[in-house]
Design a protein around this ligand. Sequence first.
Ligand code: C2E
Ligand code: CA
Ligand code: CA
Length: 279
Amino acid sequence: MCIFEIFKQERSFFLSKSIKNAILSREWKKAVQNGYITFYLQPKYSFTDEKVVGAEALIRWNHPKKGPISPSEFIPLLEKRGLIQMIDTWMLESVISQIGVWNKLGLSEQFQISVNVSADTLQSSQFIKSIKRALKQSEVLPNQLEIEITERVQLQNIHHVLKNLKCMQKLGIQIALDDFGIGYSCLTYLTQYPVDTLKIDRSFVWQLPNEKNASIIIRGLIQMAYELGMKVVAEGVESKEQYDFLKNHGCHTLQGFFKHKPIPVHEFETQFFRKPAAV
Ligand code: C2E
Ligand code: CA
Ligand code: CA
């Protein structure tokens, strides 16, 4: 039985949760070993000088029979089943190892790659140990790594999350609050979490510049982030009009199809890293 079929049988009464989880873990390891799981990188651009200042790593799963399966389809299911830590740890180790390779080729110390980490994963102290080990092994500076906290599941242990986030920030790892403005990612976290960057959710960006309420909210978020000493990234920027609005209102960084789609790592290397002016 493949991982995809187990997903479809979410409501099956024949398999217990622990058996389903065991099969999922085994299938995941097999998919990684067979090279069906990879990640793409989407560049992030500075509004000030249009340079690429970093990238977001996005997981990709190319199923041998079903073809590409969107992370929006499988990530929430793995979160629900409590298996997301497996993916997040694999992503972090893979991204850190890639930064290590590029460091040896002269990657700028300022260039940051961000990894999406489910808030559920942040509850584990094992996860912090994996990051520290990976950074040391690949000789990567903590500030070359950013984690984007995504929160779609209700947290069981906010104290552990906080402790781990503070530990990461102390190390020098950057922390971004993803999908800001929707779901659980709310204002309360700004006072609780040690946050360096706010990522404005694309559901607001899409409505720019004509939708009055979205425009007011985005202007307010940029101002608030500025006063809190945080950076702001606008995600999902698709048009010149959206770009102009964000630039004119002092947004720091943009990410979106208007500039570039996520691409495989080797393409990213050729397009950006091999051009010293860009990184
Ligand atoms: P996200 O973190 O909000 O990532 C941005 C998503 O928006 C990506 O979708 C990206 O391809 C897409 N995107 C970027 N620019 C544009 C644009 O201009 N227009 C539109 N329409 N879309 C744009 P993707 O790669 O399908 O990822 C979906 C979500 O899956 C991510 O949303 C993130 O929450 C989650 N995800 C992806 N990789 C990981 C991972 O390694 N770990 C965890 N926990 N979650 C992940
Ligand atoms: Ca993200
Ligand atoms: Ca996002």
